[in-house]
Write a protein that binds this ligand. Structure first.
Ligand code: NAP
Length: 556
């Protein structure tokens, strides 16, 4: 007879485990709870917010308009929340996320200050077991990664930072008041979106700011402004239609479909149109003015040169302007930046720029940054060097199965996914806004909502049939990889080194990390597959059809 008191405790299995309490995890918790399934979420931070919890550097704000960069799933929510500015600052976005968590009572689903350090598939039990940094484990039938695409900071890949004894702070883990940089000699390393936002504000307080720039990017004026009551009322009265437009768009914001190619119009008209687009700014600004700007290098060069002229007009010192002029990649092929007074900041007497293309960064000493040309004494270094995008946050989870090993081993030659949502060999594992999804080149909230809806429907479909194990076929995954590669190879994204392709991280295999055919088309493909009974997906080892083929051409 078994002594019940000494029987080993059976670990309860929840329906869904989820990593992260940012936009992805919170919406997943909401949808899973709506379905009546059990959910256990884990968040390393002490509260909700994800990237908006951590990225608190001066000037941090979203460069997708807040009226679009917000949840669409609840009409009540979008009616009761009012954005104050066109591009809300980080604190307001974080307040919004906290409001959503409170309003839908989502915090109860999460353990905070809790990091998932490993996730292991248990084939016998047909469930995932996650190991937490507390030493505890939890089990769940399905595992969702809502860990974000831009949440793992990139390591600084120049030796010598450890020698520096002054203040060091990273934009992605900002933890000092701006006043701590007041009156100091500050260096900012990097000139991507984060740097572009914080440089003008640091320049206002620093004794001297030296910007260390490796690759000059195209920085458009953000044209941020308060949202008037009239504009807000107008949006709220049309919100349902606006959201629908976003869901079926290219980038998750209302499309502005170009009506011409760059050389369809005269030089004069092209210039006039760029001027108007420059005033408009945003993702549908200069880079979206003509249909071929992201596919034809000659067409692109007309927009690129327009921007260089703007820089020469704004920046008074010709040598400084020349350093800031982007010449090493086509406009938009690397993520464009949107700033406020960015180029104007280089007219300040206390700001200078160092081109790391002309003098390589060699090392650091206790009080200096040393290039191959000279040494720059500084009191503080701001690292705005970016992220180990998409794969960094996933690999940190140490996801593994006995058959496939770790995810990072399965993807050692490059990322391979089915729709950017699942990957062969890792059953019941789902990525929200994962690599090879449209997350990279879209208003990510639109992509997140679509992914969570699709994933929960797929799980529901499986469970309705008594299925316990859901996994994509390797063949369908091959098809999706081909689709994502063929799509990007038609564009100039494919020609440029950037975090889009993993080339910002030393040793990372170069795979383009997104699907760039548009969120609308992607949604149509996903919906089509669901209606067909999910070709390319195995349910308890049985597939409806093993391939998805050129579904992108079928539903074009
Ligand atoms: P990023 O775009 O990857 O920029 C990193 C910068 O650091 C680049 O200029 C890069 O130069 C430089 N860098 C990296 N390693 C370096 C090294 N060892 N030495 C010298 N320079 C180095 O990173 P980010 O600015 O944090 O932005 C990442 C993404 O986050 C953005 O593209 C955007 O999608 C998102 N984001 C959005 C917002 C917003 O909505 N406003 C704000 C911030 C971030 P190279 O170009 O030569 O590699």
């Amino acid at each position: 007879m078994t002594d019940k008191t000494s029987a080993p405790a059976v670990t309860p299995v929840v329906d869904v485990l989820c990593v992260g309490a940012g936009f992805s995890g919170l919406y997943a918790a909401h949808q899973v709870a709506e379905k009546g399934w059990t959910f256990a979420g884990f968040e390393a931070a002490p509260d909700v917010g994800g990237t908006w919890f951590w990225n608190t550097y001066p000037g941090a704000r979203c460069d997708v308009e807040s009226i679009y960069y917000s949840y669409s799933f609840s009409e009540e929510l979008q009616q009761e929340w009012t954005w104050s500015e066109r591009f809300a600052p980080q604190a307001e976005i974080l307040s919004y996320i906290r409001h959503v968590a409170d309003r839908f009572d989502l915090r109860r689903h999460f353990s905070f200050n809790t990091r998932v350090v490993a996730a292991t598939w248990l084939p016998g039990e047909r469930c995932w077991e996650v190991a937490l940094d507390s030493g505890e484990t939890r089990r769940g039938r399905f595992l969702l990664a809502g860990s974000g695409g831009l949440s793992t900071p990139k390591d600084f890949d120049v030796p010598g930072l450890e020698n520096f004894t002054g203040t060091t702070v990273s934009t992605s883990r900002w933890n000092i008041p701006l006043s701590e940089l007041a009156g100091k000699r500050v260096a900012v390393i990097g000139t991507g979106s984060s740097a572009v936002q914080c440089i003008p504000l640091i320049a206002e307080v620093a004794e001297h700011l030296t910007v260390f720039q490796r690759t000059p990017n195209y920085v458009f004026p953000a044209r941020n402004a308060p949202l008037s009551t009239d504009v807000v009322d107008e949006i709220k009265s049309n919100y349902a239609a606006i959201r629908e437009e976003c869901r079926h768009s290219l980038g998750g914001i209302p499309d502005r479909i170009p009506d011409a190619a760059a050389f369809d119009v005269s030089d004069e008209e092209r210039r006039e149109r760029y001027e108007k687009a420059y005033e408009r700014s945003g993702f549908t600004g200069v880079g979206g003015e003509f249909s071929d700007l992201l596919t034809d290098a000659r067409a692109n060069e007309t927009a690129a040169e327009f921007m260089r002229e703007k820089i020469r007009q704004i920046v008074r010192d010709p040598a400084t302007a020349a350093v800031l002029e982007p010449r090493f990649h086509p406009l938009g092929a690397k993520r464009s930046c949107f700033g406020t007074d960015y180029y104007e900041t280089f007219n300040r007497p206390n700001v200078s720029v160092v081109s790391l293309r002309d003098e390589r960064l060699d090392t650091m000493t206790a009080d200096s940054i040393v290039t191959e040309a000279r040494s720059y004494e500084v009191d503080a270094i701001v690292l705005a060097i970016g992220f180990d995008a998409f794969t960094g946050p996933l690999y940190a989870l140490n996801v593994s199965t006995p058959e496939s090993g770790r995810l990072q081993d399965a993807w050692s030659e490059g990322v391979r996914t089915y729709l950017g949502i699942m990957t062969a060999g890792f059953p019941n594992f789902f990525m929200i806004g994962g690599p090879q999804s449209p997350a990279l080149a879209s208003n990510v909230v639109v992509t997140i909502e679509q992914a969570v809806d699709w994933i929960t429907e797929l799980i529901g479909h499986g469970r309705a049939g008594g299925v316990e194990v859901i996994e994509p076929t390797a063949e369908a995954q091959d098809d999706w990889v081909t689709i994502t590669e063929d799509t990007v190879n038609q564009t100039l994204y494919a020609t440029t080194d950037s975090w889009y392709r993993g080339s910002n991280v030393t040793g990372k295999p170069t795979t383009f990390l997104g699907y760039v055919g548009g969120v609308g088309k992607y949604r149509r493909m996903c919906t089509h597959l669901a209606k067909q009974g999910y070709p390319g997906v195995e349910f308890d080892g049985t597939a409806v059809a093993r391939r998805i083929g050129r579904i992108d051409e079928e539903i074009a």
